[in-house]
Design a protein around this ligand. Structure first.
Ligand code: SAH
Ligand code: SF4
Ligand code: F3S
Length: 442
């Protein structure tokens, strides 16, 4: 498949944006850390085409995880650096970008619905004020990789489609689309230019997200992330440390390290005599914790497969490492875990939790999936039992959503919607009770 097309705006139209809107984390026990629209303090100057260049107004709507929020923030940095304005309403913008998530069907449906609603904006205010170009309406992020080609065909008002590997190219593509009135689709999976992370635009003045790696090579059988984000790509440790230093210098002392599985982080480079040196996640965390002025560092997510005692010892030792661990277990049943390709048994998970409690003594949170193909009542009871035993501060509980192209999508989705709903509610209620009990203890 050609990953980069530059085509005139003549594709046929057939809207697919008819799904109902609802909150992204509708089937989660608590809202994921919020997924804000970016740039609420943006200036509202009119569009100008002047000697100093074109300064369009950009609106970014973000769906998905904290990684996506950080991507939108970093992209906003690129825009601000080029003199573009970030605005808070789609109606005010010359460029509307929808940064999307494919992890569950619900997240995709919301983005499709939003993209569909932009058709009227494109039609009613088709041209950017005082110039002949159409508005730029862009589908970016994970869903671009999953459904980009389909949306390219079905939504001609969407004239820019870019996967997560092309984030740093978006400002140039916007210029091209607006100047030529063409459409661009680029879904190539490639390394991002480090410039993306070096700009200081921040949405939150208190805490900064810092990406330590993109993608994931674990291929859990239900998960679309490796397909849409690509395999694990660790960033150079020195660039990460420099980004944290820049945040501290700018007065942002709290840092959240972001990776699909932070424990998978390992950056390899050559030292003298062609010997290889490997920086592990624990090494990186130590370097960051050592930085002068750092108030607090935390990280998300940890994989039970490789959360080590070494990590817990470091967490216990350092006062500026937050005493909280987000460690998804997905299911309490070994049979289901095997079918999910998670790479651990539930006894291993519980052993890791025991060590964490002994060594760190901090709080815990998790992700859980109910209604995975062939999940029996006994499997579900095993999941409930883990929730009771561990006592998470909070947990994100999801109903299984088949994702095309993943291994689990070929399994018969045998659990009825009724059972999925029932198990989801039962687990949510249980978790709520535990969260309340823990809150009272504090
Ligand atoms: N890398 C993280 C998870 C990223 S996706 C980790 O492995 O911990 C966030 C969560 O979405 C997952 O932990 C899982 O609980 C949920 N999830 C992923 N794919 C899903 C699917 N197909 N259906 C339902 N929930 C899913
Ligand atoms: Fe998805 Fe599994 Fe990778 Fe997490 S570890 S992103 S659930 S494949
Ligand atoms: Fe969604 Fe992509 Fe994050 S699929 S969960 S936005 S990595």
């Amino acid at each position: 498949m050609s990953k980069h097309k530059d085509i005139n705006n003549n594709a046929s139209r057939d809207d697919i944006g008819s799904n109902a809107l609802g909150p992204l984390t509708q089937n989660a026990s608590a809202q994921m850390p919020s997924h804000p629209n970016i740039g609420l303090n943006a200036a509202t100057q009119p569009l100008t085409r002047s000697a100093s260049g074109w300064h369009p107004k950009v609106f970014i709507k973000t769906f998905g995880c904290q990684m996506n929020s950080r991507d939108s923030e970093a992209l906003s940095g690129l825009f601000v650096d080029r003199g573009y304005r970030i605005v808070e309403k789609a109606d005010d913008a010359d460029v509307i970008l929808v940064n999307t998530c494919s992890v569950r069907a619900h997240a995709e449906n919301r983005a499709i619905s939003f993209l569909g609603s932009l058709k009227s904006i494109q039609n009613s205010k088709f041209k950017i004020k005082n110039c002949q170009s159409p508005k730029v309406i862009g589908l970016i992020g994970c869903m671009a990789r999953n459904l980009g080609e389909e949306i390219y065909k079905k939504m001609p008002h969407v004239n820019l489609i870019c996967g997560p590997g092309c984030l740093d190219k978006i400002p140039d593509y916007i210029k091209k689309v607006s100047e030529k009135g063409s459409r661009i689709i680029d879904l190539e999976d490639r390394d991002r230019n480090e410039e993306l992370y070096s700009l200081s635009f921040k949405v939150d003045s208190d805490r900064a997200g810092v990406v330590i790696s993109t993608g994931c090579s674990n291929y859990c059988s239900y998960c679309v992330v490796p397909y849409v984000r690509g395999n694990l790509r660790p960033r150079n440790h020195q660039n990460i440390v420099d980004e944290v230093k820049n945040n501290i210098k700018a007065g942002v002392g709290k840092i959240t390290l972001l990776g699909q599985n932070v424990n998978d982080y390992h950056y390899q480079f050559k030292i003298q005599n062609s010997k290889l040196k490997i920086i592990t996640f624990v090494d990186l965390l130590k370097m960051i914790s050592d930085l002068e002025g750092l108030k607090e560092v935390d990280f998300i997510s940890s994989n039970p497969r490789n959360s080590s005692v070494e990590l817990f010892k470091l967490m216990a030792e350092r006062s500026n490492i937050k005493k909280h661990l987000h460690i998804p277990f997905q299911s309490g049943s070994d049979r289901v875990l095997k079918s999910m390709n998670r790479g651990y048994a539930i006894a291993d998970y519980l052993d890791t939790i025991k060590k964490y409690k002994e060594i760190v003594g901090g709080s815990l949170s998790a992700d859980i999936i109910v209604g995975f193909p062939n999940e029996e009542e006994d499997d579900f009871l095993a999941t409930k039992s883990v929730v009771e035993k561990v006592e998470f501060k909070y947990a994100y509980i999801f109903k299984y959503s088949p994702r095309l192209g993943t291994a689990a999508a070929n399994m018969v989705d045998s659990v009825s919607t009724e059972y999925k709903e029932k198990r989801h509610k039962e687990l949510l209620d249980l978790q709520k009770q535990i969260s309340r009990k823990l809150q009272k203890k504090c």
